[in-house]
Design a protein around this ligand. Sequence first.
Ligand code: GAL
Length: 673
Amino acid sequence: MRLGVCYYPEQWPRERWADDARAMRELGLSTVRIAEFAWSRMEPAEGQFDWQWLDEAINTLAAEGLKVILGTPTAAPPQWLVEAHPDVLPLDAQGRVKPFGARRHYCFSSPSMWTATQRIVTAMAQRYGQHPAVIAWQTDNEYGCHDTTLSYSPAALAAFRRWLAQRYGTIEALNEAWGTAFWGVQFLSFEHVGFPVGQPTSALPTHALDFRRFTSDEVVRYNRMQVDLLRQHAPGRPVLHNFMGLFGEFDHHEMGRDLDIAAWDSYPLGHIDTAATFVTEAERQQWARTGHPDISAFHHDLYRGIGHGRMWVMEQQAGPVNWADWNALPLPGMVRAWTWEAFAHGAELVSYFRWRQLPYGQEQMHSGLHRPDGQRDVGGEEAAVVRREIDQVLQAAGPEALETAQAQVALVLDYPSLWMGQIQPQGKDMAGFGVAIRYYSALRQLGLNVDVVGPETDLSAYALVVVPQALHVSERLVERLEAHRGVIVAGPRTGSKTERLTISEPLPPGPLRRWMPVRVRAVESMRPGRRYAVQTGDGHTCGQASQWRDLVELETSAEGMEVQVRERCEDGWPARVTHGRVDLHAMLVDDRLLLTWLQDAAQRAGLHSMAISAQAPGLRLRRRGALQFAINHGPGDATVPLPSGVALLLGNATLPPGGVAAWLAPHAPHGTR
Ligand code: GAL
């Protein structure tokens, strides 16, 4: 459980570096991430390197015993590069060049960008690969940030056409796969295929999906190039990337295969205000100063899996950000609580963004651990508190108590399904992470630990597998579900599409029909405010369906086992059906009913759960190894469901908003990893 910080020596006078380094050590930080935007300082002209300042910066930090995480600087290509090689710059969907003057102004398919990247990454890795203070490498910075995944440049188009030729072989095969019989969109040759944008109305869905797949492959390929160079020239140092929250424009599971650690950047208040389009205005008000109780946690549980069990928070919000529509002050105590939350979910490192607020530049309104005048800000004070508390807890529990165990529940997230949902949402609010996070939230409100996993993950050891909305259920996922013997819950739309984004045959839920003999006869999406009552068998109303319904017809399975209708909509359509160990939720239902449904599934899976949010809406529990944590996101005080006889290592039995408690759980779970 280490603490670190993001630091930009190139933005501060050199005379300050040693004081900063000393203050970092005194605060109890052990790592510093630097350099990820400093390309123009490292290579001021093509092939001419200036390492003197970076040598000095690293050595100044090292002199205080601090370890360095070096970022490759490719998120900020220098002006000489784009002047000499304009093909580095990306084009937007309207064909306009995104010019130099901020960051992330490059196209993943640009050959010049590749050459320049190879040069700077190789030079940097050769210089610092064996530096004793450099303990890890970060590739680039937040791939895709500022809407930069998709590029519409000539280089991207040429690469897209090559990618299509490789995938389909002949143009006839492409026309067949894309269903170009529709509207006569018959392509003449691969050279005639363009981008799926700008047409009078939407392009063919498979065209759009292939462009998303291609783009994802380009990002993964570009990252792999950097990783290979780092492994070659800086062997023995883990390589990571800092992913974003609520972002799925490329396949993070694919990229994760090339990384040693998955890091992510956690901005709970920015997320609740702006990024989480699926939260309601009331929720936004409720969690404005604490962050949503499940959004950060969801990402901790997602990235732990993407990093093969190793997860870092590379940037932790330490005060107000500058980039949301409105930028609240964190409730006092929240920087501490978010840090503990990350550790409870298995983080090895929490690194704050940033050391000191910078009085100039685009992020001058973004806070840090220190104010612009150098005095400690609230975030800095809270980081110091966490440092002391970690030492205290570790002393009592011992480091082996922290091994992260496999969770009880797996929640499957599939990136291509996210793209399909964006291309054909069918209901305006159906795209994105909203459905997955609602299911996740309900499981967490039941006190369950969750691993957010990909469609390739071995599911056999999980008691309960929840697939909230994988529009496409791949053959691999079918095999994984087949090998799993526990309870499965599938949400609406699951299995409704083929890999090519056509309707599953003979009808949805497609491959799920092997466990769940039903057919989806029709679907209905509902604008906000439209609802259907959901009723139990005896006609009693138990909740409401909104947003989406699959209208399912029952069949009799080969084994002759009946599909059981558990609840129906007021007009008779099944809302939830069960067949053996599988539940299908045919509609999205209100949070309370969803909680009941998942609690029922958990119980059948043999899991002990309790509706902990019933008494305090923001209370969440999380087990890490032998340690049990409780965190209260508010709004009121929360009573921690403490087992009798345990002694608290942290906090009290009653937690104020932002409060954290930790205790040694009576029995450590088996199978820790
Ligand atoms: C992240 C980014 C940082 C900084 C931060 C501000 O997206 O990686 O460089 O811009 O946001 O919140």
